[in-house]
Write a protein that binds this ligand. Structure first.
Ligand SMILES: Cc1cc2nc3c(=O)[nH]c(=O)nc-3n(C[C@H](O)[C@H](O)[C@H](O)COP(=O)(O)O)c2cc1C
Ligand code: SF4
Length: 407
């Protein structure tokens, strides 16, 4: 049977009735929309990395609670802190910094990871996190002369060079070969304990003026050997620690680092950006799973204000390391975590889609409101209550002014 031209047109679908040019235009529009959908990443979506799947892109950054007992054991109050973070909806929790050498404790009330004794006591928290779809990493740290512990003044404290720490008043001993070996061993052993405890990841703390971070800082590192001088030499111990931790925990375990990208110290004293960009490019080759670039050196003299700026409501000043971390993300393949002043879901969504930043971490805002993420699920425009007053450490344990009970 043959159709006339009119019949043939009648039998065509509406799509087939269009001229070839229109079809081309429609195809392009569909393709463009698909691309837009592909680029439209969301903060609240599940995200998979090669070794870790997270239920959303929100991370709790390490926050020392000053709640452990004198030996570093977890207390019931501390368990409640971690459970409330799990209940609050964050995808990944990074614990506060844990000390990895019994005689090198940066602050009182810190959790210990210097002995196998600590492995089992995490089970309840880790199980609780996993039962609720939350991942949990443990941060491990060496303190050096940046110690607020009274006993530290009577101990032999290690440092890159024998330079007076401006905040603690401690002058450390310049590290010798045995000290380097001990430092590396401590990190290795602690990382293994973290893995054995059942944590999803380990994070090495090389930021904020603690021992590893001090090596990056010309003011603290006056060495003339292979650990001092050029940026590569100053960074060497960090590379050594990362490699030792990786070989201890194996290739299939998640290893992260929090490391300074700028000390914000007086000219000539501190690590600067973009000088540190070279370090990030090298760290990128070491098989790390995540890098959390941070900034400032608490013992710089300009102290905590520079470290954790007192920004609050102004949107322009939020996510205050975004420029540097965008630049780092452009130059490396390892996923970065943006820490510092994240308070607005529109700002973060923009950075997620346009700056190559896949994860966002939070210190103070989750300290004052552990359920902030759930609040954002209900209302993405919710404004966090934290006023960035930096009074978190005025009390023992650390507490937020907004949650302190009036006497
Ligand atoms: C009370 C308090 C304790 C902190 N403890 C740690 C810590 O243990 N490890 C760490 O890497 N950073 C620590 N930080 C820094 C935070 O992780 C984060 O880098 C900083 O607060 C900036 O982020 P924010 O603007 O979201 O607060 C602490 C910050 C505060 C306020
Ligand atoms: S004490 Fe101040 S800076 Fe710290 S969490 Fe509370 S409001 Fe924020």
């Amino acid at each position: 049977m043959y159709f006339s031209d009119t019949q043939r047109v009648k039998n065509l679908s509406p799509y087939e009735k269009l001229c070839p040019y229109c079809i081309l235009i429609i195809k392009n529009v569909i393709l463009h929309q698909n691309l837009m959908i592909m680029e439209n990443k969301k903060l609240f979506e599940q995200v998979s990395f090669p070794k870790l799947t997270l239920k959303n892109r929100f991370v709790r950054s390490g926050v020392w609670m000053k709640m452990a007992d004198e030996q570093g054991h977890i207390t019931p109050e501390l368990k409640d802190v971690y459970k409330s973070l799990v209940d609050g909806g964050v995808g990944l929790i990074i614990t506060e910094y844990t000390f990895i050498d019994k005689y090198d404790q940066p602050n009182p009330g810190m959790i210990g990871m210097y002995d196998d004794l600590f492995i089992d006591e995490w089970k309840e928290i880790i199980d609780y996190a996993h039962a609720n779809g939350t991942k949990i990493a443990c941060q491990i740290a060496a303190g050096g002369s940046q110690s607020g512990l009274e006993e530290a003044k009577q101990r032999r404290i290690m440092g890159p060079s024998a330079v007076l720490n401006r905040v603690s008043g401690i002058t450390p001993a310049e590290m010798n070969e045995d000290d380097f070996n001990r430092l590396i061993e401590n990190h290795k052993n602690a990382a293994l304990r973290v893995k054995r405890a059942g944590f999803d990841a380990v994070q090495i703390h090389a930021a904020h003026g603690y021992l590893l971070s001090q090596f990056l800082t010309p003011y603290y590192n006056r060495r003339t050997d292979k650990y001092g001088g050029s940026l590569h030499n100053r960074t060497r111990i960090i590379y050594d620690v990362v490699s030792a931790v990786r070989s201890a925990v194996g290739d299939d375990y998640t290893v992260m680092i929090k490391v300074n990208m700028d000390d914000f110290m007086a000219e000539g004293e501190g690590l600067t950006f973009p000088e540190s960009l070279e370090m990030f490019k090298h760290l990128d080759t070491l098989g790390l799973d995540f890098i959390e670039p941070s900034g400032a050196n608490i013992s710089a003299g300009n102290g905590i204000i520079q470290s954790f700026p007192r920004i609050a409501r102004s949107v322009e000043k939020q996510s205050y390391f975004k420029e540097q971390v965008t630049e780092i993300a452009k130059n490396i393949k390892t996923p970065v975590i943006l820490v510092g002043g994240n308070r607005n879901t529109t700002v973060m969504t923009d950075l997620l889609n346009n700056a190559g930043i896949p994860l966002f971490s939070f210190g103070r805002t989750l300290f004052s409101e552990p359920d902030l993420i759930n609040k954002w699920v209900d209302n993405p425009d919710y404004v966090p209550k934290c006023v960035a007053c930096n009074k978190c450490w005025d009390t023992t344990p650390n507490s937020c002014i907004l949650n302190r009970k009036r006497k």
